[in-house]
Design a protein around this ligand. Structure first.
Ligand code: ADP
Ligand code: MG
Length: 730
C-alpha cells in the first residue's frame, strides 16, 4: 500500500544525520579561485608575450589574437593536467534553463601505436557541438546552418572533477545567436559605449563603463527521500497538489533563524566548492518560507556573474544530493508559501566608482547621479512590458502577482531622498545660470545627498525594480532563470536611453546651448516623462493594479501574451539600434519561449492526470469502501435507525469523497481531451495561449478537490508526502 512508502520515506528523512564536510586547511582567501585559470595562473603558465595579450583581452576588451591560441591552450593543459584533468569541454548556455557540455579526452594517437595528451588552440577556440537538439526557434532549419561554440576569453576556464570547462558562446553558422551569452555580451558592449559617452560629459577621462551584477539566489531544500516519493516534484520541480500545512510561515520564525545543522553543512560544502571555483560567496541565510534559504556572492562584472550563477545552480543541485537533499530552484514549489526569486542587483561603474552612487561632492557629480537614475528609469518605463517578458516563464508566473512577490507590473521605487531630489531638479530654475569667467554655468543648487543614503535607503520590498542606495535591485527575476535574459534586456534598454539622451543633449549643444544647461533641460523633460513608472507605494495592493493600468503600464498577466512585448516595434527598434538582437533572432527566441511554455504546462498536466488517476483516486476509493463496509457492518449489529445515526459521520465523508472523486475523474478526462485538442494547433503562440487559457486552469480547479480529499482521508493511507513533511523535516 502506498502509505507504507510514505511512512518509510518520512522515517528515512527523520533519521538522516548531517554529512560531514572536509574543510580545507587553508583560509577561504587562500583557496579562492584554486580551480580557475585566472591571471595568476596565466602569468605562471603562459609565455610573457601571450600573458600580456590575454590581459589586454580581459581588461580592455581587445579582440583575441588567434596566433596565441596554441600557446594559451598548451598552458591551460599543463595547469589542468597537474590537477589530474583528463578531459575538456565547451560549456555554453543554450536557450534552455541550464548549461550544456560535451566532454572530450585530451588523449590522441601519437602515431607510434601509443597515446599522448593533446590540446590544440583550435579546440579551445571553436567547436561544433551536435547542436540539432538545442532549441533554436527555427533558425537553423530555416538557414540550413549548423551551430558552433566559440571561446569567451573574458570568462576564465575552470576545472570541475577531471574536466577543463571552457565558457563559450553558441552561434549558428549564419551568425544568429543560439544562446544567452551572445546578446548579453552585445548588450554589455552597448551599455558600455553609451554610458561612457554620457559619462564623458562629467568626467572626460572615463574610458570604460562596466555593468555589475550581484545576484541573490533563493532556493528550497527538501529531503531526498521525501522528494523521490513525489512524482510531481521529480518531474516538474513543484508540487501540483498538497494541502497547506497547519503551520507554514505565519509565525515568521524561519527568516534569519538559526540554520539547521544538515543545511549548514550543505551550505559550507557549496561555499567551499564555489570559492575554489572563483565564485565570491559572501552571504547565506534562512529565507521567509520553511526550508527556504538564500545564497549571495559579492557582485561581479555581469558576464562573469551570470556564468557564476549558472555554475552555482549546478553545484547546488549536485551537492544537495550528497547531503541527502534535493535543491528546488523552481519559483513556486509550494502553494501558499513564499516563492523563490533571484534579485538582480544591477549597477554601472567606471574604474573610479559606481555611477549610481550618490557622492554629493560637487553639483556636477550630483547631476551625473541624477542623469543615470533618470535615464535608467526612462529605459524601464519605455520597455516595462519587455522587462516583464524578460523575467516571465511558466514557472515564474506562479510567483508573480501572488501576494508575496513582485506583481506582474514593472514599476520603480526610488525612496524619499532621491524622489525629492528629482522633484528639485524638475523645478530647478534655468534662470540660475551663472557666468563665471566668460563661461556659462549653472548655479546648481542641487542638495547634497547624504552618504547615509547607501545604507538607509527606505526598503520597499514590494517594488520589482527598487533603488537601494548605489544600485537598482531587479527583484522580479525568477530563481530558476538565467539572469542573462533580464540583464540583456535591461542593459540594451538603458543603452538606448543613454544614446537618446546624448543625441538630445548634443543637439542642443550644437545650437549653442551650454552643456550643463542642455543636460538639465533634457533631465527636466525626462523627469516629467518617467512619472508613470515611478511608484513609491505598496506594489502588492489592488489599488496599484488599477492605478498602473491608468498610467498605461503593461498589466498583462498571461505569460504567452507577455512575450508579445519582444516583437513590439519599439522593442525591435531598440534591440536593433543597440545592435543586440535582430528581428529574426527575436522571432526565433519567441518561438522557443512559447514552445517551452507549452511543454511545461503539458508535462505538468500529464503528471497531474497520472497522480490523480493512479495515486489519489485508487487510494481514496479504497478508503471510501472501507467506510461503506463499516456502515454495512453497523447495520448488521444495530437496529436500522441507530445504525444510521452512528454512521452519520461516515456517510457524510462517503458522500463528500464521491463528490470530490467525480469532479476529479470528470475533469481529468476533460483535461486530457482539451490537451489533445489544443495540441493540434500549429502556431506556437496560439498553442501556448491555449495551454494558458484552457489547460492550465484545470490544474488549479482539480487540485482544489484533491487537497480537500487530503484533509478527509485517513492520514495512514495518503500516498504522497504532505506539505508538513516536505517543508518541516530536515
Ligand atoms: P539584501 O539586503 O538586498 O538581501 P544581500 O546582501 O543579500 O542584500 O545582497 C546584495 C547583493 O548586492 C550582493 O550580491 C552585493 O554584492 C550586491 N551589491 C552591492 N553593491 C552593489 C552594486 N553597486 N552593484 C551591484 N551589486 C551590488
Ligand atoms: Mg538578500
Amino acid at each position: 500500500m502506498a502509505s507504507k512508502l510514505r511512512f518509510k520515506v518520512v522515517d528515512d528523512a527523520f533519521k538522516k544525520r548531517p554529512v560531514r564536510v572536509k574543510v580545507p586547511d587553508e583560509r577561504p582567501s587562500e583557496y579562492f579561485g584554486k580551480y580557475v585559470f585566472d591571471k595568476k595562473k596565466m602569468y605562471k603558465y603562459l609565455p610573457a608575450r601571450v600573458y600580456e595579450k590575454m590581459c589586454d583581452v580581459i581588461d580592455n576588451g581587445a579582440p583575441f589574437d588567434l596566433t596565441i591560441a596554441d600557446a594559451v591552450a598548451e598552458g591551460m593543459k599543463k595547469w589542468a593536467m597537474e590537477l589530474g584533468v583528463t578531459h575538456y569541454t565547451h560549456w555554453f548556455q543554450p536557450l534552455t534553463e541550464g548549461t550544456a557540455e560535451k566532454h572530450d579526452g585530451f588523449v590522441e594517437h601519437d602515431g607510434k601505436g601509443g597515446m599522448v595528451e593533446e590540446f590544440e588552440g583550435k579546440l579551445l577556440v571553436q567547436q561544433e557541438p551536435d547542436a540539432s537538439s538545442f532549441p533554436n526557434g527555427g533558425i537553423r532549419s530555416t538557414f540550413e546552418a549548423r551551430g558552433y561554440s566559440a571561446w569567451d576569453p573574458t570568462s576564465p576556464v575552470f576545472v570541475i572533477g577531471d574536466t577543463l570547462m571552457i565558457p563559450t558562446v553558441f552561434i549558428a553558422f549564419t551568425g544568429e545567436a543560439l544562446d544567452y551569452k551572445v546578446p548579453l555580451k552585445k548588450s554589455l558592449y552597448a551599455v558600455d559605449k553609451a554610458a561612457t559617452a554620457v559619462c564623458q560629459y562629467f568626467y572626460p577621462e572615463v574610458k570604460k563603463v562596466t555593468c555589475n551584477l550581484g545576484w541573490e539566489q533563493e532556493y528550497f531544500l527538501v529531503d531526498e527521500s521525501l522528494f523521490s516519493a513525489r512524482p510531481d516534484l521529480v518531474m516538474t520541480g513543484r508540487t501540483l497538489m498538497g494541502h497547506d500545512s497547519a503551520k507554514n510561515q505565519q509565525m515568521d520564525d524561519h527568516y534569519f533563524g538559526s540554520i539547521p545543522e544538515r543545511v549548514e553543512n550543505f551550505m559550507r560544502d557549496i561555499e567551499i566548492q564555489a570559492l575554489e571555483l572563483g565564485i565570491p560567496c559572501k552571504t547565506r541565510h534562512n529565507e521567509v518560507a520553511p526550508n527556504q534559504f538564500e545564497l549571495a556572492p559579492i557582485y561581479e562584472e555581469t558576464n562573469l556573474a551570470i556564468d557564476h550563477n549558472m555554475l552555482m545552480m549546478s553545484i547546488m543541485k549536485r551537492v544537495a544530493i550528497k547531503h541527502g537533499f534535493r535543491c528546488l530552484l523552481h519559483e513556486k514549489p509550494f502553494k501558499g508559501v513564499n516563492g523563490s526569486g533571484k534579485h538582480n542587483n544591477w549597477s554601472l561603474s567606471t574604474d573610479t566608482g559606481v555611477l549610481l552612487h550618490a557622492p554629493g561632492k560637487t553639483p556636477l557629480d550630483n547631476i551625473r547621479f541624477v542623469t543615470f537614475i533618470v535615464e535608467t528609469l526612462k529605459a524601464v518605463y519605455d520597455h516595462n512590458g519587455l522587462l516583464k517578458a524578460a523575467i516571465s516563464s511558466a514557472t515564474n508566473a506562479h510567483r508573480l502577482g501572488a501576494n508575496e512577490a513582485p506583481p506582474a507590473i514593472i514599476s520603480s521605487f526610488l525612496g524619499r531622498t532621491v524622489s525629492e531630489l528629482l522633484e528639485h531638479v524638475e523645478k530647478a530654475d534655468e534662470g540660475d545660470e551663472l557666468t563665471i569667467a566668460g563661461k556659462t554655468e549653472l548655479k546648481l543648487d542641487i542638495p547634497s545627498i547624504p552618504q547615509l543614503l547607501i545604507d538607509n535607503t527606505d526598503r520597499n520590498r514590494t517594488s520589482p525594480f527598487a533603488f537601494t542606495g548605489n544600485r537598482f535591485e531587479f527583484r522580479a527575476v525568477g530563481s530558476l532563470a538565467n539572469c542573462a535574459s533580464a540583464m540583456l534586456a535591461l542593459n540594451a534598454a538603458v543603452a538606448e536611453s543613454l544614446m537618446n539622451f546624448k543625441e538630445r543633449v548634443d543637439g542642443m549643444i550644437s545650437k549653442g546651448v551650454g552643456k550643463e544647461v542642455a543636460i538639465l533641460r533634457v533631465l527636466k523633460e525626462d523627469i516629467k516623462y518617467i512619472k508613470p513608472i515611478h511608484f513609491e507605494g505598496n506594489g502588492y495592493s489592488d489599488e496599484w493594479k488599477a492605478e498602473a493600468a491608468r498610467r498605461g503600464l503593461d498589466c498583462e498577466t498571461s505569460c504567452p501574451l507577455i512575450y508579445d512585448a519582444y516583437l513590439k516595434d519599439s522593442t525591435v527598434k531598440m534591440f536593433e539600434k543597440t545592435n543586440v538582437m535582430t528581428r529574426p533572432e527575436l522571432e526565433a527566441r519567441n518561438e522557443i519561449k512559447w514552445e517551452t511554455y507549452t511543454k511545461k504546462i503539458q508535462i505538468e498536466a500529464r503528471v497531474f492526470g497520472d497522480l490523480c488517476m493512479n495515486h489519489i483516486i485508487p487510494v481514496v476509493t479504497k478508503y471510501q469502501s472501507m467506510l461503506i463496509d463499516n456502515v454495512h457492518k453497523l447495520k448488521e449489529i444495530f437496529p436500522a435507525e441507530k445504525a444510521m445515526k452512528i454512521s452519520a459521520n461516515n456517510l457524510t465523508i462517503i458522500e463528500k469523497i464521491s463528490e470530490h472523486e467525480s469532479f476529479i475523474v470528470e475533469n481529468v478526462a476533460k483535461l486530457i481531451s482539451t490537451r489533445r485538442e489544443v495540441n493540434k494547433i500549429e502556431s506556437e503562440r496560439e498553442k501556448a495561449i491555449a495551454y494558458h487559457d484552457q489547460v492550465a486552469p484545470f490544474l488549479e480547479s482539480i487540485r482544489y478537490h484533491v487537497d480537500k480529499l487530503e484533509q478527509i482521508v485517513d492520514d495512514e493511507v495518503w500516498p504522497l508526502p504532505k506539505y508538513r513533511e516536505l517543508l518541516f523535516i530536515i
